[in-house]
Design a protein around this ligand. Structure first.
Ligand SMILES: *Cc1c(COP(=O)(O)O)cnc(C)c1O
Length: 710
């Protein structure tokens, strides 16, 4: 076992090395506790990273744990549970499919949000992928995942004194995370060459164990590559179009080659967004090599491919100039039995045939099972792509929907989980997508739920102040910037959270639309509110950075009374604090741009109700009693003004009076009822378990039957 050269680990505790090398620990509080119990301070300083903890602790610490009865009892329970879950049979839902012929499902995604120690994500798409594979592990779905390792991550954000976002260089220390080299037969790191692409690109292969799911990650930063090739995997979503095409070639074609080299047979291909769509070409080529002609091979691949699209924005789809496609694929298309024109046609957008090779048009054409990620997004996508099926009316366009969900064990706060353990009965974790279980939320006494929530709010504000203190100590930034980091936040004040990527359509600055009206709310003597912002703009997105700067400057402005905070470098760990600890989660994108959204689901699960525009998942989630909604239907006029006014009205008339109406016992009973409704109505419905089961029912089972009949 290559567990990153841990200097010392007693035999009795060798299982700690096994646990640290499987991300299973990240969604099992009992397993995390094993590392925390060894040394709380080191655990905290490692930012909850078991590999670092094991590398740093002394021999004495391990020896004393190995002699501690209580520790060993806990250790034995966690390890037996781990082994039970990691071994064992595959998914019951798939049992009807003849096991021997089943092979696995492969899942491709350009990003995975798994844990903050693995910065391979930019936002929602990555967390969806991470939550998806964790749930597949829990449900024992035979799935293998493929993606990129980005040594420079996405970006580490630091805000300049004038509010402009800067990108701090930070290279991942690959030996201090739960990530491992995949070795070849000689014991060297496995390196593959991307087939048929000239000049050649080489890729090193890494692996992360995510419970039962193996995630293979590709890295081009190796000596054999020239500097330009080495940079392919440097960071997520580069702005350079040619480099971006090369990323997608490596992801799709290189990824398929990795599976081939590892001898992984698969029956189903699932593409999470269009970035990896070239993987379909390798499957076709494989079948052509086996003797099919192009049309047979592409039909077979079509019947066994799922494509999930996430982007309702036209500009969000990758389009590559034809001459770039020619440059990289001229030796590829003959291997499929295609000529230049028929190859380029695969990526044509019927309404704009000169624009270039459109990855989404390509993926939709070639996959037999396509879906959007909410009911509304399904409709929007059918409308957007109707021209690909000119003979079909819009409602017959073969694009379905499966609404996103979150992996509950990852996003539920451990203290909240203990509360649920107490009142939902012992088996609730195994029955997470059963709405009946969640009716038992009503059994939780109001004061217990409220106290737990309040404790989480204090924890959030403490974490914010600690970050501010460190910035003060390490960077000597000016006092007004330290205030902007949230040092004046007050736990007794109604707290609104807004945290997500800073892209213009999400309209982070909407609530500042009428500054005077907002100031009245922030400044109210008896019933004030405060707002916490966090999020990153894409490094090439100057309009996004300008919105961020505007908000940061509001946060520094004494006129807003220290009640606006901007927290730097939003990532998974801070996202956890936010969705657990604020009172209201605000979401106001410009409809219909939010395909689904998931951060509001994370908040709702922890009793933080959603105040959102009717878009994405909230159209399915809102029931009149579990949060607040506005813009129920489209109407004429200035959209920003209308939406901002709706937010002020709901705050003034509903949210603020309800929050501050406290009973004799100090509990805001009406508010707690909304918290309970939020958990009750959303948890099962927007769980990754419900989502993965839907993918199985709607797609995987049908596709496996095709494989059996082939
Ligand atoms: C969940 C999550 C997101 C996605 O949030 P949206 O609601 O889809 O915008 C982005 N970043 C982090 C760190 C998250 O945890």
């Amino acid at each position: 076992m290559d567990i990153k050269e841990i200097p010392y680990l007693p035999e009795r505790l060798s299982g700690l090395g096994v646990l640290a090398s499987n991300l299973w620990w990240s969604w099992h509080p009992g397993a995390r506790m094993l590392f925390k119990m060894l040394d709380r301070q080191v655990w905290k300083e490692s930012r909850h990273n078991p590999v670092k903890v094991l590398k740093e602790l002394s021999k004495e610490t391990f020896d004393s744990a190995a002699a501690d009865k209580d520790y060993l009892r806990h250790y034995d329970i966690v390890l037996s549970r781990f082994h039970k879950e990691i071994k064992g049979n595959t998914c019951l839902l798939l049992e009807e499919i003849e096991e021997a012929r089943m092979h696995s499902i492969v899942y491709f995604s350009a990003e995975y949000g798994l844990h903050h120690s693995l910065p391979f994500y930019a936002g929602g798409l990555g967390f969806l992928a991470g939550d998806f594979i964790k749930e597949c592990s829990d449900l024992r779905v035979p799935l293998i995942a493929v993606g990129f390792m980005y040594p420079e991550g996405y970006l580490k954000q630091q805000i300049r004194e004038d509010g402009w976002q800067e990108n701090i260089e930070q290279i991942l220390d690959r030996d201090s995370t739960s990530i491992f080299r995949v070795l070849d037969e000689n014991g060297n790191q496995l390196i593959i060459k991307v087939p048929l692409i000239e000049p050649p690109i080489h890729v090193a292969v890494w692996k992360i164990a995510v419970g039962r799911v193996a995630l293979y990650l590709m890295d081009t930063d190796i000596e054999i590559n020239n500097p330009w090739n080495r940079g392919i995997s440097a960071r997520l979503y580069t702005g350079d179009i040619q480099q971006r095409l090369r990323q997608e070639i490596v992801l799709g074609i290189g990824g398929a080659e990795v599976l081939e080299k590892l001898g992984i047979k698969h029956s189903i291909l699932h593409l999470n967004e269009g970035h990896a769509a070239f993987a379909m070409l390798e499957r076709i080529r494989d079948n052509v090599l086996k003797g099919m002609n192009y049309s047979e091979a592409s039909q077979y691949v079509k019947k066994t491919t799922v494509f999930t699209t996430h982007t309702p924005v036209v500009a969000g789809h990758d389009i590559f100039p034809f001459q770039l496609i020619e440059k990289y694929f001229h030796s590829y298309w003959p291997s499929l039995g295609l000529d230049r024109d028929s190859f380029l046609q695969l990526g044509l957008h019927p309404n704009d045939p000169d624009a270039g090779f459109n990855m989404t048009a390509f993926a939709l054409r070639m996959s037999g099972f396509c879906n959007g990620v909410s009911k509304k997004h399904g409709e929007v996508t059918r409308k957007m792509w109707q021209s690909l099926w000119p003979d079909l009316p819009e409602n017959k366009v073969p694009i379905d929907y499966i609404t996103n969900g979150i992996h509950i064990p990852t996003w539920i706060e451990p203290k909240m989980k203990l509360l649920f353990n107490k009142y939902l009965g012992p088996g609730w974790v195994d029955d997470i997508d059963n709405p009946l279980i969640w009716e038992l939320i009503d059994e939780i006494p109001d004061d217990e739920l409220w106290k737990t929530h309040f404790w989480l709010k204090i924890k959030l504000i403490d974490a914010i102040r600690e970050r501010a203190r460190q910035r003060w100590v390490n960077n000597r930034i000016s006092p007004s910037n330290i205030l902007a980091c949230g040092t004046l936040l007050d736990p007794s004040v109604l707290t609104i959270g807004f945290a997500r990527r800073f892209v213009t359509y999400k309209r982070a600055d909407l609530i500042f639309y009428n500054l005077e009206r907002l100031k009245k709310l922030l400044n109210d003597r008896w019933r004030p509110i405060q707002i916490i912002f966090a999020g990153k703009a894409h490094p090439a997105d100057d309009p996004g950075k300008r919105i961020l700067q505007k908000i940061y400057n509001f946060a520094r402005d004494p006129g807003l009374c220290g009640r606006i905070a901007f927290i730097e470098d939003y990532e998974e760990q801070f996202a956890q604090y936010m969705v657990h600890g604020v009172d209201v989660w605000l979401n106001n994108p410009l409809p219909p741009m939010e395909a689904s959204g998931t951060s509001g689901m994370k908040a709702a699960l922890n009793g933080v109700p959603h105040l959102s525009i009717m878009d994405g998942w909230w159209i399915e989630g809102y029931n009149g009693e579990n949060g607040w909604a506005f813009n129920h239907e489209e109407s004429e006029g200035n959209q920003c003004q209308k939406d901002a006014e709706a937010i002020y009205r709901i705050l003034e008339e509903e949210i603020i009076p309800c929050y501050y109406k406290v009973s004799d016992h100090g509990i805001p009973a009406d508010w707690v009822r909304i918290m309970k409704n939020s958990i009750k109505s959303n948890a099962a419905k927007f769980s990754a378990r419900r989502m993965v089961k839907e993918y199985i029912d709607k797609f995987y089972i049908k596709e496996l039957k095709e494989v059996q009949n082939a």
